[in-house]
Design a protein around this ligand. Structure first.
Ligand code: NAP
Length: 249
C-alpha cells in the first residue's frame, strides 16, 4: 500500500480515466474524494467500486470551473479526512470544431473546465497543502493533443498545452515545499470521451499508434498512482506521455 494515510482529490472521477485513478489510489491506501460535475449516479458507482476493494472514499459534486465550488471540494477533503496530500486534475471536456467555425462558447467551455478548473482547485488547496508541511503531489491530466495539436481541437489543445505551462510553473514554485507537480499526457484511451468519436476517425487515429491499440483507463491510473507515491519524489515538472508511442518527444 504505497499511499496509506494519504488523502487524494480526483476531479472528474465519476467515469473513465478519473474513475480508474480514484480506484487505483484507494487500492494503494489513499482516502479519496470522488468529484463529478453532473453524473451523480456514476460517481456512486465509483464509490461502490472503492468500497468493494476495501477503500475509503466520499463523493463531492463540484463544477471545477467554479471557484467557490473548488473551495467546497477542498473543504470536503478536510472535513471528511482532515487533510489533502494529492490533487489529480482530471476533469475534462471536448467541444470539437475547426477554428473557422468554432463558437466563442465552445472555446470558453473547454478552457474553463480543462485549464481554469485545474488552477481553481490548486488555489483552493494551496493553503492546507502548504500549512501541512508534509510535501504533496499535483498531477494534471493533459493530452498528447496539448503537445502536438489536433485538427478540430484548437480549444482542447490550447487548454491542454496551457495545463503543461501551469504544471511547469507550479513545479518551480512548489519544489521548495517538496510538492511535486507533473502532467500526464494520454493518447487514445478507451472512455466515453473517445467512444463519441466517429468510427472512421477512430480507425484512422488507432492506425497511427505504434503499439496498435487504444490504452485503457487503468493503464493511465497506474502511472498516476506511481507519480503519487513516495517512489516518485524526485520527479517534478515533467510531462509523461502514455500513448502507445503516438507522440515521441
Ligand atoms: P470522460 O469519460 O468524458 O469523463 C469526464 C469526467 O470529467 C467525468 O467524470 C465528468 O463528470 C468530469 N467533468 C466534466 N466536466 C467537469 C466539470 N466542469 N467539473 C467537474 N468534473 C467535470 O473523459 P475521460 O476520457 O475519462 O478523460 C479524462 C481526462 O483525460 C480529461 O481531462 C481528458 O481531456 C483527458 N484525456 C483523455 C483522453 C482519452 O483518450 N480518453 C486522452 C487524453 C486526455 P460527469 O460524469 O459528472 O459529467
Amino acid at each position: 500500500m504505497r499511499l496509506a494515510g494519504k488523502v487524494a482529490i480526483v476531479t472528474g472521477a465519476s467515469r473513465g480515466i478519473g474513475r480508474a485513478v480514484a480506484v487505483a489510489l484507494a487500492r494503494e491506501g489513499a482516502a479519496v474524494v470522488i468529484n463529478y460535475a453532473s453524473n451523480g449516479e456514476a460517481a456512486l458507482e465509483t464509490l461502490a467500486k472503492i468500497g468493494e476493494a476495501g477503500g475509503r472514499a466520499v463523493v463531492c459534486q463540484a463544477d471545477v470551473s467554479d471557484w467557490e465550488a473548488c473551495e467546497s471540494l477542498v473543504r470536503s477533503a478536510l472535513d471528511n479526512f482532515g487533510k489533502v496530500d494529492i490533487l489529480v486534475n482530471n476533469a475534462g471536456v471536448t467541444r470539437d470544431n475547426i477554428v473557422a467555425r468554432m463558437k466563442k462558447d465552445e472555446w470558453q467551455a473547454v478552457l474553463d473546465t480543462n485549464l481554469t478548473g485545474a488552477f481553481n482547485l490548486v488555489r483552493a488547496a494551496m493553503r492546507p497543502l502548504l500549512r501541512q508541511k508534509s510535501g504533496g503531489r499535483i498531477i494534471n491530466i493533459s493530452s498528447v493533443v496539448g503537445l502536438a495539436g489536433g485538427v478540430g481541437q484548437a480549444n482542447y489543445a490550447a487548454a491542454k498545452a496551457g495545463l503543461i505551462g501551469l504544471t511547469k510553473s507550479l513545479a518551480r514554485e512548489l519544489a521548495g515545499r517538496q510538492i511535486t507537480v507533473n502532467a500526464v499526457a494520454p493518447g487514445f484511451i478507451d472512455t466515453e470521451m473517445t467512444a463519441a468519436l466517429p468510427e472512421e476517425l477512430k480507425k484512422n487515429m488507432l492506425a497511427q499508434v505504434p503499439l496498435g491499440r487504444a490504452g485503457t483507463p487503468e493503464e493511465v491510473a497506474q502511472l498516476v498512482a506511481f507519480l503519487a507515491a513516495d517512489a516518485a519524489g524526485y520527479i517534478t515538472g515533467q510531462v509523461i506521455a502514455i500513448d502507445g508511442g503516438l507522440v515521441m518527444q
